[in-house]
Design a protein around this ligand. Structure first.
Ligand code: PMP
Ligand code: GLN
Length: 388
């Protein structure tokens, strides 16, 4: 958790959001929507506070939310989970990831992820004392080679930590990638922890495939999601984890000493959100697909080569045309862009181990978030075009 020069590391999101603020830049760095989620959900939270739901929730989460999470898994994926023993509510997906890693990984173990990986994974794996092994994603689609990924699971691998749909690249791993991985995890008795927070943000008619739906997976898979992305309430920090009862019990044991329980007035409101009609889920994906297309076209017009994302609200652009002189790579460019162009982005190296092969590939790549109003995206494109 120290930078190369020995100082305490801050997150790239904080750094870029602060830079965006200082220069009045359009913040396409940190991924958070600029419009609120379903009004009924917001109203339910307000009502819950007024009605006195202001003391500790049960450690495993309020029953109505655990039931709504189980119903969601059945409704969208045909998965059966017991709301009493196979569901736990967490303080964002972040706590679920932390508690799962702390429950199962320690010194002498390995935790396998793809690379680039979401930034908290690197720090959390380090906190467990386990070794972090990675398999690189391959351009142009940012998918792993299925055989290479499966072969990277060994007897030392305690946890395979997946993220699908994938932040930062927006790629979507299908059964061709996931099935061999599940088989390898079974052969080596590894647990799969799968971060599916962008499960409903997929485009072009493509559907998310939860790992837990694959043959042989459910018995060893902990599935994580969060209200933050699905309902555009990233500040609520309500997440959850589902899986087999003994594995969930181990995570619950860790969670009770991390936070004990999670915010009570928001839990009933998220339960209401999960029960809303299909139009709420598809409406968000449709809106985001239009925003994706707007930003992809705009970035191309501004001279970037762009990979069209299949999911999430992130798009990766190749910044090569803007590099040169003292702006040697994407990280240097992202530190300069807010002041020079009035737009903030995130360098892909922030999601890589320093010095890795994946970091070398990522050094010319930067990530833009498109979960913003269309006029905001248009303004960002205008500024980038003028800059380029
Ligand atoms: N995992 C991924 C891949 C994410 O992009 C995020 C983003 N915020 C999180 C986890 C954290 O989710 P939460 O805010 O619910 O903790
Ligand atoms: N998940 C968000 C992103 O990837 C940011 C979350 C954070 O700031 N830690 O941009």
């Amino acid at each position: 958790l120290l930078d190369a020069d020995g100082t305490l590391a801050g997150t790239i999101f904080e750094e870029m959001t602060a830079l965006a603020g200082a220069h009045d830049a359009v913040n396409l760095g940190q991924g958070f929507p600029d419009e609120d989620g379903p009004a009924a959900m917001l109203e339910a939270a307000r009502r819950a506070i007024a009605d006195g739901a202001n003391q500790y929730a049960p450690g495993r989460g309020v029953p109505v939310l655990r039931e709504a999470i189980a119903a969601h898994q059945r409704r969208f994926y045909g998965l059966t989970v017991d709301p009493a023993e196979e569901v736990i509510v967490t303080t964002g997906a972040t706590e679920a990831i932390a508690a799962a890693l702390l429950a199962f990984a320690g010194p002498g173990d390995e935790v396998l992820t793809v690379e680039p990986f979401y930034d908290s994974y690197g720090a959390l794996i380090e906190l467990t004392g386990a070794r972090h092994t990675t398999v690189p994603l391959r351009e142009p689609d940012f998918l792993p080679d299925p055989e290479e990924l499966a072969a990277a699971v060994t007897d030392r691998t305690r946890v395979v930590l997946l993220n699908n749909p994938h932040n930062p690249t927006g790629s979507l791993f299908g059964a061709d990638v996931l099935a061999p991985l599940v088989e390898a995890a079974a052969r080596h008795d590894a647990i799969i922890v799968t971060d599916e927070v962008y499960e409903h943000l997929t485009f072009d008619g493509l559907r998310h495939v939860p790992v837990a739906t694959l043959p042989g997976a459910a018995e060893r898979t902990l599935t994580i999601s969060s209200a933050g992305k699905t309902f555009s309430v990233t500040g609520w920090k309500v997440g959850w984890l589902t899986g087999p009862a003994p594995l969930v019990a181990a995570v619950r044991t860790v969670k009770q000493f991390l936070t004990y329980s999670s915010g009570s007035p928001l839990q009933g409101a998220v339960a209401l959100g999960l029960g809303l009609g299909d139009d709420v889920y598809t409406g968000l994906a449709t809106t985001l697909q239009r925003k994706r297309d707007l930003l992809v076209d705009g970035l191309r017009g501004a001279g970037f080569a762009v990979t069209v994302p299949a999911g999430t609200y992130f798009v990766v652009a190749d910044a090569t045309p803007l590099l040169g002189g003292d702006v040697a790579d994407g990280a240097a460019l992202c530190r300069r862009l807010p002041a020079a162009a009035g737009v903030a982005a995130i360098p892909l190296t922030a999601f890589c181990h320093p010095g890795s092969a994946a970091a070398a590939t990522a050094s010319r790549l930067i990530r833009f978030a498109f979960c913003k109003r269309e006029d905001v995206l248009a303004e960002a494109v205008r500024r980038l075009t003028a800059f380029g």
